[in-house]
Design a protein around this ligand. Structure first.
Ligand code: PPS
Length: 264
């Protein structure tokens, strides 16, 4: 495929044309958010799938029915993705859950009017790079972009959480997310959710591990979607010189972002 066929440009950002045809972007722009919707926002490969498991389990009080029966893209669908148009999202009961890889300033108008809660998951960019490197080898599309959620003006309705924090203490992270979502859960339920969302357990869930996606779209015989699930795999991927170059570019690109990341 040519580059023009692979990518579409939306609001100045390149995205996989296959996933975001014009009719789905129109659907996205016209979408009506509700105040009690929950939006999981991520840069790709930062922990989206993980949060698509954790948040539904929190909202169901630990009942695994939805994570056992619905694939993650139906459970917490990407709003900007072509499948959303046919999922009857308008008919879903509150609280609805969605995911997005789009930037803060790409959100549709109703997002700023309804002000739903947002869970923004971040990850060390060198691990995002490493995870993406493997994913690009199995997926038939790519999507470079930059992040602006950190510059949001209405931060009080956004929970900023990192992959590293979830990895370090999943139980505490589930508890923080539940508190943010105003779900009061017993310690036992929190423990059960955290256990289900461990990498080794999610890897077994066919509804979350992308094993139902046809091989021509995602060839998991080369590298699995739930690949390693660790912090610091970039050390196995980048040479010292590459890591130093990455850090220099990163420092320059991020100089205006006022945020203390756990990996800094
Ligand atoms: N439960 C759990 N624990 C730890 N790590 C997990 C978990 N679930 C998914 N992952 C890892 O997240 C990486 C995929 O990121 P995303 O889900 O954001 O990808 S995507 O944007 O939806 O394509 C990818 O990271 P890498 O293993 O480093 O490639 C997945 O393995």
């Amino acid at each position: 495929m040519t580059e023009a066929e692979l990518y579409a440009v939306y609001k100045g950002v390149y995205m996989p044309a296959l996933l975001h045809p014009p009719h789905s972007l129109k659907y996205y722009e016209d979408f009506s958010f509700r105040q009690d919707d929950i939006l999981v926002a991520t840069y790709p490969k930062s922990g989206t799938t993980w949060m698509q498991e954790i948040a539904p389990l929190i909202m169901s009080g630990g009942d695994p029915a939805s994570v056992d029966t619905l694939p993650n893209w139906d459970r917490v669908p990407w709003l900007e993705e072509q499948r959303s148009c046919v999922l009857n999202l308008e008919q879903r009961p509150s609280p609805r859950m969605f995911a997005t890889h789009f930037h803060y300033n790409m959100m549709p108008p109703s997002f700023f009017e309804a002000k739903p809660k947002v869970i923004y998951v971040m990850r060390n960019p060198k691990d995002v790079f490493t995870s993406s490197f493997h994913y690009y080898g199995i997926a038939s599309y790519l999507e470079p972009s930059t992040e602006l959620w950190l510059n949001a003006e209405d931060k009080e309705r956004i929970l900023y959480i990192s992959y590293e924090e979830m990895k370090m203490d999943l139980r505490d992270s589930v508890s923080r997310i539940a508190q943010f979502l105003e779900k009061s859960l017993d310690a036992e339920v929190i423990e059960k959710i955290a256990d289900r969302c461990l990498f080794k357990n999610m890897k077994q869930n066919k509804m979350s591990n992308y094993s139902t996606v046809p091989r021509e779209f995602l060839d998991q015989t080369k590298s699995e979607f739930l690949r390693k699930g660790i912090v610091g795999d970039w050390k196995n991927q980048l040479t010292v010189a590459e890591a130093e170059h990455f850090d220099a570019v990163y420092k320059d690109q991020m100089k205006d972002v006022k945020y203390k990341f756990v990996w800094d």
